[in-house]
Write a protein of this length. Structure first.
Length: 405
């Protein structure tokens, strides 16, 4: 079911790229990093097929989506297999978390914590360069966080990852309790490090200075805390550990970035959502014009040049991924994407993956719900690294099976 939908979506994008409705010519001003104008020449496409208003952009999007799909397939196939050590010593039954799943989740956890740490160091240093090396052209050069030129993207990436790290820690702790491990009781097991990594990752959201990211962080912390309290009755030590980690997140984050974040909440542009309301008004007309088949993947930016009435700036994104998807993919493509996501969550309940405890699914679900909420007010799925990370988590989900009882 998933593959039928994915192939349909790829075919939909490729069809629109090969059926262009317009040819665009961009104009550039010397010394300016972005295009300053665009001219459009209309062509004669097959009207009842998906169309693109910028063939080059849509064709580039097709190759990007194909790469993401192949990455999903490779990750899922790899996770479903066993390591060499497991094949030698195992009884043939797959167990969660297997060696490969642990390698992947440890890598994701360490990487997210490293991104958070680098972003914090940049904030303390005061540099506006990306990784102290590259000039940042976004938002006038202000607001970079780690490798992300847009601070909100950094916060979105971290908010996507820290609940997953918490879920991994929860699973390993549960396994050690079941084994009555001495290393668990003494606090010496490596899984304890995951709690530190999760706290460090989440603290970076505060330091990133993203208002939306911070509000979402608070909501995610509450959701994770409630789930863990309800799912882990009579485990006082566990509850105290979770509470300590969450207090550490707010304490460290507040100490390093609380003052700057509060200044952003007091700024005058909060009422206009940093100009988003103007973009939404102009983009709503675009959604009406391209309601059924869309304008073509990744064609919002050039077309917005002609549609902006309320907004004097030429913005490259709607800052509402749902609205932008409706514009570029139309209702048909939007529905296909929704069906793919629903199918991903259906697989653990009907598929034949590796049995995994419900708490792991719950924490991945919290992470995904968080990024989907933020997508209503920003652009996480327009950022390749966040988009790819989300799809990688989908691969993890489809390799597992909800363990009942």
């Amino acid at each position: 079911c998933i593959w039928a939908l994915v192939i349909t979506l790829l075919g939909y994008v490729l069809c629109s790229a090969l059926n262009p409705k317009a040819s665009l010519q961009y104009t550039f001003t010397p010394g300016h990093p972005f295009a300053t104008g665009v001219e459009i020449d209309y062509l004669e496409p097959i009207e009842w097929l998906p169309q693109s208003h910028d063939q080059d952009r849509t064709l580039g999007a097709f190759w990007k989506y194909l790469a993401i799909v192949l990455s999903f397939a490779a990750a899922r196939d790899w996770l479903m297999g066993a390591s060499r050590q497991e094949r030698r010593s195992g009884d043939g039954a797959s167990r969660f978390p297997g060696d490969r799943m642990q390698w992947l989740l440890w890598t994701l956890a360490i990487n997210a914590a490293a991104v958070s740490l680098v972003g914090m160091l940049q904030r303390l240093d005061g540099t506006q360069q990306l990784l102290w090396t590259f000039t940042n052209h976004i938002n006038g050069g202000h607001g970079a966080f780690g490798p992300f030129p847009y601070r909100s993207s950094g916060a979105q990436y971290l908010n996507l990852m820290w609940p997953v790290t918490m879920g991994f820690w929860w699973v390993l702790r549960r396994r050690n309790v079941a084994r009555r491990s001495t290393s668990h009781r003494s606090g010496g097991d490596p899984h304890v490090l995951l709690l530190v990594l999760a706290a460090l990752t989440a603290a970076g959201v505060v330091v990133a200075n993203s208002r939306g990211g911070f509000l979402l962080l608070v909501g995610l912390l509450v959701a994770v805390f409630v789930l863990m309290m309800l799912w882990s009755k009579r485990q006082v030590g566990f509850k105290l550990g979770v509470l300590a980690a969450m207090l550490a997140v707010l304490g460290v984050g507040g100490w390093l970035g609380g003052e700057a974040l509060m200044a952003r909440f007091r700024s005058e542009d909060i009422g206009s959502m940093s100009g988003r309301k103007l973009i939404y008004e102009d983009a709503a007309r675009m959604a009406e014009d391209f309601a059924v088949l869309g304008s073509g993947a990744e064609t919002f930016a050039p077309l917005y040049y002609f549609y902006r009435k309320k907004d004097p700036a030429w913005n490259g994104y709607v800052h509402d991924d749902y609205l932008e998807t409706r514009i570029t993919f139309g209702t048909v493509g939007f529905v296909i994407i929704l069906l793919i996501f629903l199918a991903v969550w259906l697989v653990p309940f009907v598929g034949n993956g590796i049995p995994a405890p419900p708490e792991f699914f719950l924490l991945i679900g919290v992470a995904m719900v968080g990024i989907l909420i933020h997508a209503k007010f920003d652009l996480p799925f327009q950022i390749y690294s966040i988009h790819h990370q989300f799809v990688l988590l989908c691969a993890v989900l489809t390799s597992l099976k909800w363990q009942r009882g």
